[in-house]
Design a binder for this molecule. Structure first.
Ligand SMILES: NC(=O)c1ccc[n+]([C@@H]2O[C@H](COP(=O)([O-])OP(=O)(O)OC[C@H]3O[C@@H](n4cnc5c(N)ncnc54)[C@H](OP(=O)(O)O)[C@@H]3O)[C@@H](O)[C@H]2O)c1
Length: 290
């Protein structure tokens, strides 16, 4: 499906719909939450820093709430979901970190895997009984360089490389979407699992990137999308009538920038056997999704 120049101005009236956006305190999540809110949705900004969330949303027009959610803490995810009542039309798994130094979540997971994959995995499974329309998970073109080491997910044996950890977690996002869609279809559910990526967008994501990588990153960011445009694939994936399992990203050269279209996923991201195995391991680690 192509949409040459789809923008936030093409969003439908979202009155009556409820959307959770994780990581809505910055970058792509902030723009996503603001636009959905401006088009009539009731938006829950699920953020790890509630004061920051309230501050960034102070100029939002529409209906919104700010709630605490730390994706690097399974207990925080459990309590966020335990407080949920009523229908949730769309869950947007947007929050993420990139190239952080070696660190463990409170539950002992490598920080990228924990924050970018296992946290959203647990959140989605806990909220799934309430979800009526779809789950959108934000991945990255860098997933193409990712690899899932099921025998060493937390870098216990391999030397820690921050970029590798990020890439692997973004591949996990797509494998998760694939397997979630398979399970939804199998159970006869009409809920869709879709994925999006922003190309490259100027946000706070590269706060940890230093040295040559940092220089290349900041240069490329100035040649690529801003956060407003980087949010378009997510907004498209969250609101347009696209098939479950779709992967939405920018239409420009190398999919680095441009307007949202559905495009093909990589071979690694369509490895159904790996998607199943990763699901099983993630279910054991988070005690959700069994
Ligand atoms: N920007 C790009 O070029 C690019 C490219 C490919 C993919 N992506 C993906 O796009 C998504 C959004 O990133 P962004 O570029 O908008 O980066 P960003 O500006 O750094 O925003 C990331 C958001 O995630 C939140 N977050 C981080 N750790 C969290 C945790 N433990 N619990 C809850 N929230 C947490 C941050 O909260 P705080 O505000 O408290 O820090 C922030 O709101 C990520 O999944 C990223 O992988 C971005």
């Amino acid at each position: 499906m192509a949409s040459k120049k789809w923008t936030q101005n093409d969003l439908p009236d979202l009155s009556g719909r409820t959307v959770v956006v994780t990581g809505a305190s910055s970058g792509i999540g902030l723009v996503t939450a603001r636009e959905l809110c401006a088009h009539g949705a009731r938006v829950i900004l699920a953020v790890r820093d509630v004061e920051k969330g309230r501050a960034v949303a102070k100029d939002f027009v529409g209906s919104f709430e700010v709630r605490a959610l730390n994706l690097a803490d399974l207990e925080s995810i459990r309590s966020f979901a335990a407080e949920w009542t009523g229908d949730l039309d769309v869950l947007i798994n947007n929050a993420g970190i990139m190239m952080a130094p070696a660190f463990r979540t409170i539950d002992g997971f490598e920080l990228h895997l924990g924050t970018n994959h296992l946290g959203p995995f647990a959140l989605t499974n806990r909220l799934l009984p309430f979800i009526t329309d779809r789950v959108v998970t934000v991945s990255s073109i860098l997933h193409r360089r990712g690899m899932i080491h099921l025998d060493d997910l937390h870098f216990d044996s391999r030397p820690y490389v921050a970029m590798t950890a990020y890439q692997d977690s973004k591949l996990a996002n797509l494998l998760f979407t694939l397997e979630l869609q398979r399970r939804l279809t199998e159970s006869g559910s009409a809920v869709r699992a879709v994925a999006a990526h922003p190309g490259i967008a100027r946000t706070n994501l590269v706060a940890h990137v230093r040295g040559v990588n940092g220089f290349v990153n900041s240069l490329s960011q100035h040649l690529c999308n801003d956060a407003q445009k980087g949010a378009l694939p997510t907004l498209f994936a969250a609101t347009q009538d696209i098939p479950g399992g779709s992967y939405v990203g920018p239409n420009g050269i190398g999919h680095l920038r441009g307007y949202p279209i559905v495009h093909a996923t990589s071979r690694r991201a369509t490895d159904t056997a790996m998607a199943r195995r990763l699901w099983d391991v993630s279910a054991d680690l988070t005690d959700t999704g069994h």
